[in-house]
Design a protein around this ligand. Structure first.
Ligand SMILES: [Cu+2]
Length: 508
């Protein structure tokens, strides 16, 4: 073990040396870096890859840090369910969303300083219906700039809440948009330049539910908080005073905490009936990947991806979500033996995320229809040439896209409104192997055409706005923007985003 750590430190030191040698070069396009590539190629040959830490590889954090395990839930607190936000008036959909500071009793008897929307920690669920005209009064009550970004929502660049839409302390803005997309579970969080990770870490995150005629007719579990449960998974580190001390916890390669919170609840448990229960999973953490699994090994069914329902339900034993990805899954508690305790665990480290208490009552029997959606990849889309190349590279604060760091004044790509293009995204490994980068594009839902030339797995054949990309993996997606504006595309490890792993596409 000691020899292993020594080797890891050595590899890290070598990486720093090579990276800092290239640091003066970050502005040049990737094709011109052949010298640097050759150098690292020849160095790689001399490296013993088998010496790398297996756990670190599994967690996708191939940096010098091992991913710290989560404290499992003891199940002593009932899971908090975020409130559904009510419209300000009855004739139209008008919401007020305030970003504010507050104190939250996460630990019994102690107040932790936190951020929240319309409350002290996290936020309410915003509900839209396809076709709605929505007005949102966004108010910044923080002592610092923030933005209100609607992750996964197909709105114009003006309403998107990227770093260009910053509100100063005390400022407010009324935004208005039409909901043009299908039923899905989206979310909202801040996106100010260089400050996203800290503000999300402190508690700014909430969910958005979109419903449509299809979602209302499918007969899936839909009693909010009873058999249709929102679940925001996050990991935090608390200091001796039980405070969130971001600058102390911060890691340039993604801040990982040892304490699991679900909907902001420490040691949560969820009481369910003996029925099918729909869980809307959001990985709302800054950097940690979760692989959700039942402790009994029983399977469950995935019904939706980031941006809508799958065509048909997909049976799974586990599902991995990288930061910002969502999935809706259905667990049939009427079919499970709950005598020895059931729980959702994180396969990555075996920790208990959410124990279930199954009450004897059987609820209403809902069924999962065989056909839920009609998303397809057309022959035409399959044959489109690649017109945008994205190369993700680096670690710590030396992360780049196509060899460049974010510059708010620079437009990296242009694309025409309503025109489908194929983007090819490549995660270029470094000499340590590289790490998973969760890649997100604002303002659109896209379809995955292929992963390393192969058809994507069944449960990814739905609308996506965020996608996990492994080191040395090439992913092709078909994407169309319905609206105009400047949109961000970036790594959703929030510290990578803040460190400049972000670009801009202008849709006109
Ligand atoms: Cu990244």
């Amino acid at each position: 073990m000691k020899r292993k750590s020594l080797l890891i430190s050595l590899i890290f030191l070598l990486t720093i040396l090579v990276l800092s040698a290239c640091a003066g070069n970050v502005e040049s396009p990737p094709e011109e870096n052949s010298d640097m590539e050759q150098e690292s190629d020849s160095m790689e040959e001399g490296m013993d890859h088998s010496s790398m830490d297996d756990d670190a590889i599994e967690n996708g954090h191939m940096s010098h840090d091992e991913v710290v395990s989560l404290n499992g839930s003891t199940g002593e607190n009932e899971l908090k369910i975020p409130p559904l936000l009510e419209s300000d008036n009855e004739e139209e959909v008008v919401y007020t969303v305030r970003a504010q500071e507050g104190e939250t009793e996460i630990f019994d008897g102690t107040n932790t300083k936190t951020y929240g929307y319309n409350g002290s920690f996290l936020g309410p669920v915003l509900q839209f219906e396809e076709g709605d005209t929505v007005k949102i009064r966004t108010i910044n009550e923080l002592d610092e700039e923030t933005t209100f970004h609607w992750h996964g929502l197909e709105v114009s660049g003006e309403e998107d809440g990227g770093p260009h839409n910053s509100l100063k302390p005390g400022e407010e803005e009324l935004i208005e948009f039409e909901v043009t997309q299908e039923a899905s579970t989206l979310w909202f969080h801040p996106h100010p330049e260089g400050k996203t990770s800290e503000q999300v870490y402190n508690g700014l995150a909430g969910l958005i539910y979109i419903e449509d005629d299809n979602s209302k007719s499918l007969g899936l579990p839909n009693e909010y908080g009873k058999n249709d449960i929102p679940l925001i998974f996050q990991d935090k580190t608390f200091d001796d005073q039980k405070q969130l001390n971001y600058s102390a916890a911060m890691n340039d390669d993604g801040t990982i905490g040892d304490t699991s919170l679900v909907n902001g609840t420490l040691n949560p448990k969820l009481t369910v009936g003996k029925e099918k229960v729909r869980l809307r999973l959001l990985n709302g953490s800054n950097a940690r990947n979760y692989t959700f699994k039942l402790n009994t090994g029983d399977s469950f069914v995935q019904v939706a991806t980031d941006g809508g329902f799958l065509n048909k339900p997909v049976t799974l034993d586990e599902i991995t979500l990288t930061p910002s990805e969502r999935a809706e899954i259905i667990i049939d508690f009427s079919q499970l033996n709950s005598e020895d305790g059931l729980a959702l665990i994180n396969e990555e480290d075996g920790s208990i995320l959410l124990p279930f208490e199954v009450s004897g009552q059987s609820g209403e029997d809902s069924s999962i229809p065989e056909e839920m959606n009609d998303i397809s990849i057309t022959e035409e889309e399959m044959n489109l040439p690649v017109t945008k190349n994205v190369e993700l590279f680096g670690m710590m604060d030396m992360v780049t896209i196509n060899g460049k760091k974010f510059d708010p004044e620079r437009i990296d790509f242009t694309q025409d409104q309503g025109v489908t293009e194929v983007w090819e995204i490549y995660n270029k490994p470094d000499m340590m192997g590289g790490m998973i980068h969760p890649f997100h594009i604002h303002g659109a839902q896209f379809k995955i055409l292929s992963r390393n030339g192969e058809e994507p797995p069944e449960n990814e054949r739905g609308w996506k706005d965020s996608i996990s990309i492994e080191p040395d993996e090439t992913v092709k997606i078909a994407i169309q923007f319905k609206q105009k504006g400047v949109y961000m595309f970036h790594c959703h490890i929030l510290e990578h985003e803040d460190n400049g792993m972000m670009g801009q596409v202008k849709v006109e």
